[in-house]
Design a protein around this ligand. Sequence first.
Ligand code: PEP
Ligand code: CO
Length: 416
Amino acid sequence: MIKRISAMPPLVFAGEADQLRERLADVCEGRAFLLQAGDCAESFDSTTDSIRDRLKVILQMAVVLTYSSGVPTVKVGRIAGQFAKPRSSSTETVDDVELPSFRGHIVNAAGFTEAERIPDPARLLDAYNQSASTLNLLRAFTTGGYASLGNVHAWNQQFVADSPAGQRYEQLANELDRALRFMEACGLDALESPDLRTVDFYTSHEALLLGYEEALTRQDSRTDDWYDCSAHMLWIGERTRELDGAHVEFLRGVKNPLGCKIGPTATSADVIALCEVLNPEQIPGRLTLITRMGADNVSELLPPILQGVHDTGHPVVWACDPMHGNTYAAANGHKTRHFEDVLREITGFFEAHRSVGTWPGGVHVELTGDDVTECLGGADELTDTDLVQRYETMCDPRLNGRQSVELAFRVAELLT
Ligand code: PEP
Ligand code: CO
């Protein structure tokens, strides 16, 4: 299977990965903001509508962030390849039945039966094909006019538009319309400009299955450098960031922009060592450190790490993952996260950066465009008992469309 994938065309091109690195260099220097968002575990059963709706929500959030902050938003999806999941436990037990854990659609199926949990190598090829078709759709949407700023109203789905954040978004979209009409009246047809008609949208996933990643690693004909062409950006998870581990060793050898999750056990020295290995030439935009400390820990744990890295002069994009440090089991056993904890970690992240004098470069969130009930709180004040209604995630709980747009407004307030 790996051999077959090695012979397939690359999913993304080296030049695109370089372009993302340049955009991230702007984030590094405080001239742009990163929005990295998408599913925790993407499904092979994703429909066209669900892919489009995820894109819609990300576009909405980006408009809110750009409009408020006045700096460009670099848009990176956890999409078109986010199929492999690291698990804390290798088995899962339900009603005294113990089965191997679900490891993402690239490995096995999510259903709780023995047959579904058996790893199937054919899924590697399915992952490649699913990534290719998802990417094809995203490229069509982002370059074919759908993502044009003239369409800002169309991205607001009905169930989002009915919420306070959706209404606030509608107002912002009206203001944008007015500005565009004003420019038109001045003789400038802004919507004809490719800058407003198309959107640069990049893909990313956790590079967990190194065999698969290696099969898609190709040498750039322009420079002879190696790129992992399964996505524009790859990240190393919290569980696989050992300095002498295989994931760090593999990813330091490709030229893509890299991410690395940094959890509460990391010391300043650990993080500096990772910077030295993953970005020895200190190239701005090469390395994004995605901190996920938990809302209760961020104020204490983050500043010394920021200070330590800052003192070395390493150029880093700092992004906040406010999801993975704030997961807990609700009374009915469903994994969940509270909107207020998510916001509290982001607030702590901004405060930490303000205190050290570094740029709070971005956020990394798990979301869906669908009307699910997986995270608590938000303007709808979802509670424990609401979780059963539409709990659809295959792995971690995601913000729904309304909560995502609400979060964008709250982050925008922190940015201004
Ligand atoms: C994830 O991003 O889905 C994930 C598993 O994160 P982490 O590696 O930070 O736990
Ligand atoms: Co997750």
